[in-house]
Design a binder for this molecule. Structure first.
Ligand code: ADP
Ligand code: MG
Length: 379
């Protein structure tokens, strides 16, 4: 019998909050998601009270874990700052109405790194549907082919796609009931909210919940020793994305764009967004750059090939390469058989590996390290 929301609430009624009230009565719980044995919710408390709440979070997690039918539990402790506290709320970071705020996005403290992980890079796009996830997964595999130990963090909380793209099913195990073991596929370590919550479940995420899910997936997962984690960012350049870019200790960002003007405008916004949070742009990739007819091999530039290259030049950021629009990429991707892994000797795998090589060289060359000069970007 899968666990229900009511089972979770009944269980939580036996867990006291720091003030002695039962948890469901203390007004701190987010909506509870109980789906197919996976339970997820957040506890929103004042930042100053986080220490006293952490043991409560742990007790709640242990209690729910012990319920019959529960396979995994993720409870996020989210620190919501009270009005008038010194810090800026994350959502305010992108508003640009800096009435003397010392905490604008650009001035944010660098996040601590993840122990054992060499570099974390974002794959981002100004808008959805440009092939960001497909590119992220194939680049991750390209980096793997170069001999790196690679993880993939699916930060696209609203549209997680790594379970499907990598054909990974099942749920992450917990180690000592607290940290999660990443899933594995094609030699990559993978974490996605899609492993914890059903893909089809429409979810209403509150801002702080999103942030804590991301932070947990990054910091409460046993990534082990990795050279690089590739983060599939949620599409867009709004406050939510800005805040996420800020929450992850990114060494650099790769922007994926199609050649169309509209996508390029969004790509420009993406570059500007990472600039605001002092994340160097490793480069721009043109996806769906040109079309190769699968029957006759004729090439056509249906979207006006080359736009992203010109845009990268204009912005003064590296151009990393072009990926054609090809049926194989789409079919393999959608079937959980990413082309770099399943057609390793094919032309597309080579393109992804070449781009991965440029990214690796940039990381090795110190892009994003504290001492390297920052790449200057015109927004
Ligand atoms: N280079 C490509 N050639 C053909 N199809 C592609 C290519 N890149 C992505 N796609 C397809 O486009 C769709 C959207 O890609 P996806 O990676 O999910 O985009 P995003 O993450 O930006 O929303 C998917 O069906 C994917 O298979
Ligand atoms: Mg995607």
């Amino acid at each position: 019998m899968p666990v229900t929301k009511q089972d979770v609430l009944d269980c939580l009624a036996k867990v006291p909050a720091p003030d002695g009230r039962a948890l469901p009565q203390s007004g701190v719980l987010s909506e509870i998601i109980a789906n197919d044995g996976k339970v997820f919710f957040s506890i929103g408390v004042d930042a100053a009270a986080v220490k006293t709440w952490e043991p409560v979070r742990q007790r709640a997690e242990a209690a729910i874990k012990a319920l019959p039918g529960v396979q995994s539990v993720m409870i996020a402790l989210t620190a919501e700052r009270t009005a008038g506290s010194a810090a800026t709320r994350p959502a305010a970071a992108g508003q640009g109405h800096g009435h003397g705020h010392a905490h604008g996005a650009g001035g944010a403290k660098p996040q601590p790194g993840v122990p054992g992980v060499g570099a974390i890079i974002a794959v981002a796009s100004g808008k959805g549907g440009v092939g960001k996830s497909t590119t992220a997964v194939n680049l991750a595999l390209g980096l793997r082919d170069l001999g790196l130990r690679v993880g993939v963090l699916d930060a696209d909380i609203y549209g997680p796609s790594m379970p499907k793209l990598l054909g990974i099913h099942g749920k992450p195990e917990t180690i000592d009931g607290k940290r999660l073991k990443p899933m594995e596929g094609y030699g990559l370590k993978v974490m996605s909210i899609g492993f914890l919550v059903e893909e089809e479940t429409p979810m209403i995420w509150r801002g702080p919940m999103v942030m804590s899910a991301l932070t947990q997936m990054l910091r409460e997962v046993e990534w082990g020793t990795l050279d690089v984690i590739v983060v599939d960012m949620p599409p867009g350049t709004g406050d939510a994305q800005l805040t996420m870019a800020q929450q992850v200790p990114l060494r650099g960002a790769v922007i994926v764009s199609t050649p169309q003007d509209l996508a390029l405008i969004d790509a420009r916004r993406g570059v500007a967004m990472f600039k605001r949070v002092n994340v160097p742009i490793l480069g721009v990739i043109e996806n769906m750059s040109h079309f190769i007819c699968p029957n006759c091999g004729t090439r056509s530039d249906i979207f006006g090939h080359g736009g992203a290259h010109a845009e990268a030049d204009r912005l003064g950021v590296p151009f990393l390469g072009e990926i054609p629009l090809h049926m194989d990429i789409r079919e393999k991707s959608d079937a959980g058989l990413p082309v770099v892994a399943t057609d390793a000797d094919g032309p597309h795998a080579k393109i992804y590996r070449d781009i991965a090589g440029r990214i690796r060289d940039q990381l090795a060359g110190g892009a994003g390290s504290r001492t390297a000069p920052k790449i200057v970007i015109e927004a």
